[in-house]
Design a binder for this molecule. Structure first.
Ligand SMILES: Nc1ncnc2c1ncn2[C@@H]1O[C@H](COP(=O)(O)OP(=O)(O)O)[C@@H](O)[C@H]1O
Ligand SMILES: [Mg+2]
Length: 376
């Protein structure tokens, strides 16, 4: 029997989405095809320390809905030492410098800043290992709502009108900015930190009088804040997956619709309220609407240089019927009830097969990259 491919599953992380990641990773570990893969569980605690977790322990825990990081887990690092790894990930014990584990591919099941934004991907690039999902560029552009919208706009993809505000300017010219927002966008508008997720720091601002408080709150999370025209919209999502044929357009799933029971799809609606939103898979769309949104999702995947996977989120204007690209999630939720795998399931690609595809795509990309010349 040929040897199994070792897949290091990275989970936890330093973002506010640490707990979601533990749930996503439990599902990933539970569903990875054991006939092909062996799991190497690597947990990143909230301080940023990486740990090798006992495999049996993680496998057992993954039968439930979430994972923990045992105090006894061995602290490890992944040094940027390609010569040592020879294409594999080599996790080194911080205790005695010995090799604690190796893996042929790394699956970052991490969400949010310092996880999904190209930083972890940068470490994996330096270590020269195969990893699942988007590279450094798409990860960081995808995390930055301002950059993602600018790139999409340049590719002719419809986006909601916005004004970008930097912290320095807000401190000096808040009155001028308020006037600009009133003139360009009007109220209600949405205020959001550029590099966050989970609706943290997102506000629907109904009147001019509420604008400053929303901005000040958003600036607690980031130095760039996006102010967007509020759209009376349905929220539609599509899962995109890199094509097996390199260079061909991404594969896209059926669409899903999120119907928040709150004023908008806020943090509370997402995580605190069990009935915070209804999730419809497939979304109730006309065939031509589905075709349109899938087409735009493919375009977004390409424009943002996505690789592997991405969930692409849209607004569908209830009045005009126009689709607007809202954001990409380059490492979407992977819990058993998460939209990305659910949409694939509804499109005929079961969870375990989806994971196998993602690993295969990562290994394939790694091979292609290693074959490139580095100098003349
Ligand atoms: N321009 C907008 N018009 C209407 N609703 C919006 C707008 N921007 C954001 N929202 C609402 O806020 C939620 C969170 O915003 P989003 O940009 O998706 O940030 P996050 O990355 O935190 O999910 C959306 O799901 C939607 O409910
Ligand atoms: Mg969102």
């Amino acid at each position: 029997m040929s040897q199994k491919i070792r897949v290091a599953v990275l989970y936890g992380g330093r973002s506010g989405e640490h707990e979601i990641s533990l749930r996503s990773a439990a599902s990933v570990i539970r569903n990875l095809d054991r006939s092909r893969f062996e799991i190497v569980p690597i947990a990143i605690d909230k301080q940023g320390q990486w740990h090798l977790v006992d495999r049996e322990f993680a496998e057992k825990e993954a039968q439930g809905s979430t994972l923990s990081i045992p105090a006894a887990a061995l602290p490890v690092v992944l040094p940027p030492d390609p010569a040592r790894g020879k294409g594999k990930a080599v996790f080194v014990s911080l205790k005695d410098g010995s090799v604690a584990a190796t893996a042929e591919a790394v699956f970052p099941v991490l969400h949010g800043p310092l996880c999904e934004d190209g930083t972890i991907q940068g470490i994996l690039e330096l270590a020269e290992v195969a990893y699942i999902g988007c590279g450094v560029l798409a990860s960081s552009v995808g995390m930055d709502k301002d950059m993602a919208k600018r790139v999409a706009r340049d590719a002719g993809i419809p986006i909601v009108p916005f004004v970008l505000v930097r912290a320095g300017r807000w401190q000096k010219a808040s009155q001028e900015i308020r006037a600009e927002v009133k003139r360009e966008l009007g109220f209600p508008c949405f205020v959001k930190p550029v590099n966050m997720g989970s609706s943290v720091g997102v506000h629907k601002v109904k009147t001019e009088a509420d604008f400053d408080a929303a901005m000040n709150d958003a600036f607690q999370y980031d130095t760039k804040v996006l102010v967007e025209k509020a759209i009376a919209a349905r929220e539609i999502e599509v899962s995109a997956l890199e094509n097996r044929e390199h260079g061909e357009p991404a594969r896209v799933s059926v669409a899903a619709e999120i119907i928040p029971s709150h004023e908008f799809y806020s943090y509370e609606a997402k995580y605190l309220d069990d009935d915070g939103a209804a999730l419809l898979i497939p979304a109730r769309l006309l065939p031509e609407q589905l075709a349109t949104v899938q087409q735009i999702a493919v375009k977004v995947f390409e424009a943002l240089e996505c690789e592997g996977m991405s969930r692409v989120d849209f607004f569908l204007d209830k009045v005009t019927g126009q689709f607007y690209f809202n954001e990409v999630n380059t490492i979407p939720g992977f819990t058993s009830i998460s939209m990305y795998p659910k949409m694939w399931e509804a499109s005929g690609l079961p969870y375990a097969k989806l994971l196998s595809e993602l690993v295969d795509l990562a290994l394939e990309r790694h091979r292609r990259k290693l074959a490139l010349k580095r100098e003349k």
